[in-house]
Ligand binder design. Sequence first.
Ligand SMILES: Nc1nc2c(ncn2[C@@H]2O[C@H](COP(=O)(O)OP(=O)(O)OP(=O)(O)O)[C@@H](O)[C@H]2O)c(=O)[nH]1
Ligand SMILES: [Zn+2]
Length: 184
Amino acid sequence: MTEQLAEHYKEILTGLGEDLTRDGLKDTPMRAAKAMKFLTRGYTQSLDEVVNNAIFESDNDEMVIVKDIELYSLCEHHLLPFIGKCQVAYIPTGKVIGLSKIARIVDMFARRLQIQENLTKQIADAVMEVTQAAGVAVIIDAKHMCMMMRGVEKQNSVMTTSVMLGQFRKSQATRTEFLNLVRS
Ligand SMILES: Nc1nc2c(ncn2[C@@H]2O[C@H](COP(=O)(O)OP(=O)(O)OP(=O)(O)O)[C@@H](O)[C@H]2O)c(=O)[nH]1
Ligand SMILES: [Zn+2]
């Protein structure tokens, strides 16, 4: 699979008018193939595997927030990076999830070809599925290289997406508490 990708990178480099035999490019097709496999490794992961049964009983039913989880993804339109931060909150109902697992869930979906809206929803749905929480909220702020390095070339615009499920959707007070805590 990686060898096959490397062959395609040779064609891309040739298509760009490059000389595949020059010293600096000798190992590039294989390097690029390995890098792309790494950047999309989320395709090889499943929710069960990343959570690894790290779900614990707890009678705490107050909001839990994990702030500023950095994310690196690739936009599915241009295969260029979008880079940002993710805020995840949930309201437990008897079960809490291992702290690192939330970041692992974010990564599993970020390391695929994405648009930011779908990524946000996939993270929220996955956290809901594994915790059976009373509510889940996810906010992503990200900068898209396809808007910065090319296209409209806007360097300062940030895209914000959010998904609110359960209590976060139903209760204005819950949403306000969450927004105050993440934006503070
Ligand atoms: N909604 C959304 N749009 C995205 C995301 N990433 C990239 N895009 C947009 O996808 C669109 C693709 O538009 P097209 O007109 O088909 O492609 P294009 O000619 O390369 O567009 P420009 O970027 O405007 O030059 C662009 O407007 C991108 O900004 C994302 O995560 N969410
Ligand atoms: Zn793009």
